[in-house]
Design a binder for this molecule. Sequence first.
Ligand SMILES: Nc1nc(=O)c2c([nH]1)NC[C@@H]1CN(c3ccc(C(=O)N[C@@H](CCC(=O)O)C(=O)O)cc3)C=[N+]21
Length: 295
Amino acid sequence: MKIIDGRSLAKEIKSELKRETQKFIKQGGKTPHLAAVLVGDDGASQAYVRNKIKSCERVGFESTLIKKKSTIQEDELLEIVDGLNKNEDIDGFIVQLPLPDHIDESKVTLAIDPVKDVDGFHPMNLGRMVIGLPCYIPATPLGMITMMERYNIKTEGKNVVVLGRSNIVGTPISILLSQKTKWGNATVTLCHSRTKDLVSEVQRADIIIAAIGIPRFVTSDMVKEGAVVIDVGINRIDAPDTKKGYKLVGDVDFDEVAAKASYITPVPGGVGQMTVTSLLMNTLKAARGEIYPGG
Ligand SMILES: Nc1nc(=O)c2c([nH]1)NC[C@@H]1CN(c3ccc(C(=O)N[C@@H](CCC(=O)O)C(=O)O)cc3)C=[N+]21
């Protein structure tokens, strides 16, 4: 069994990005600039956004954090989005999800200029992804693909089982892995709450992608000997004996599944780290005008 070390891979990719960024600036390019909008004071969202901003500094990007109270009205948030769309100094931006209940997330997502949508959540980018046009690939799926590429994990002809059908993880990763590309050509089964015999679906998998948001859902009896296990879940569970009072666990019962898997990603230090580097990759692409030349 091999642990996929997201932290060291992320470090490696960040130093590559730093070099590429310096080269781009030397050639007369502008310093890439990412903005993040954070609404409310959810602890997990704050931690993720903090990681994103800190990582920008590491690779030599500019970053702007816009923090708003959870009582912000939808129209005020839409005005912020509009301002970022028009701000020529900002190459890309994200509005951290989830948003408070009184704000329509899809309305906000649709308001983001696809050219600056480094999250890849806008239907323009998702649609372009589906038909194989240049686009921003959502950060978490891009992170998983990068991870598998760098660890030389082949997907061609493999049975992949994805658990969870969210717009930002399960659905896009299942499309990407089925495509006729160097990271695709897999046979993908997308499982969800209405799947009939989920356990036997997972048991057939050469590659398992767990993205359902249920702590330690995938247990060793569900895993075929030698399977590759990618854990997207980040769940905070109570741990009164720790300083923070909680600990992070994935959607996979790591200790028991690790014994059966050929490769497994830890939580933390796995996919989450790669999500951040993918966002930086997309931001550099935005600054270079690689996806939408001439924007
Ligand atoms: N508009 C938008 N874009 C996103 O990309 C987005 C989002 N909303 N909402 C929530 C999810 C989740 N997400 C993560 C980012 C970093 C870590 C990360 O850095 N994880 C660390 C641990 C973080 C910790 O200590 O809490 C790790 O796994 O090692 C995790 C998860 C981005 N998301």
